[in-house]
Ligand binder design. Sequence first.
Ligand code: ADP
Ligand code: MG
Length: 239
Amino acid sequence: MSFFEVKNIVKNFGGLRAVNDISFTMEQGEILGLIGPNGSGKTTIFNLINGFYPLTSGEIYFKGRRIDGLPPHKICALGIGRTFQVVKPLKRMSVLDNVMVGAFLRTSSIAMARARALDVLEFCGLYHRRDMDARNLTIADRKRLEIARALATEPQLLLLDETAAGLNPKETEEAIEIILKIKRAGITIIIVEHIMKVIMGISDRILAISFGREIAIGTPKEIVNHPEVIKAYLGEAYA
Ligand code: ADP
Ligand code: MG
């Protein structure tokens, strides 16, 4: 039994097949990079995994249990957390309160949710921002807050959608550090990221897709030299 398995998943939006027969398995503790040109279906795959959209067909298994068809809150409760590409903090709330919202998935005690949230803020380097209004955070800190909110739900599998997009080189390095710390904490990760340095540096394996289909899966080294991957990216650059 794999820790996580996606089996022949398909998603149609009207006449558009956004995800076309994607399959992969993951072992616990692994980082899988998911790459592909804009519009190739990466975020949709996350939305299928966390139950935000129903599958058109296919199956998804987490720790041996079939999870497709379950609502997002149940999937989150089972241990799959995610961040969103478009960061949406609850802006009129403090950073701490934002993270406590995630922590309430595991406890109804305010004291425990607060303690958990403070731990996670420390882990993400946001402790000193805990009382700030979330709307006043910089982009880099908003991305950290997204990760902190997801971590507060205590995921075993974490889906990270472009958490380094829009960051400067120093902030990008810090984002990589946080992701590696999450891995060291034993959390399995699927990461969508456009910055090649990030994805190549931290992924154990990479799944490359184009127009919703797998074009290659393998180690970063295998992927970077793969002719179909090069073609998909050059195709985008010259489009
Ligand atoms: P990526 O994250 O790789 O950039 P997406 O998964 O966001 O790509 O989108 C894949 C394709 O599915 C795109 O053509 C996009 O326009 C389409 N799509 C995504 N979500 C929806 C939706 N809710 N309704 C209709 N089409 C969608
Ligand atoms: Mg996307």
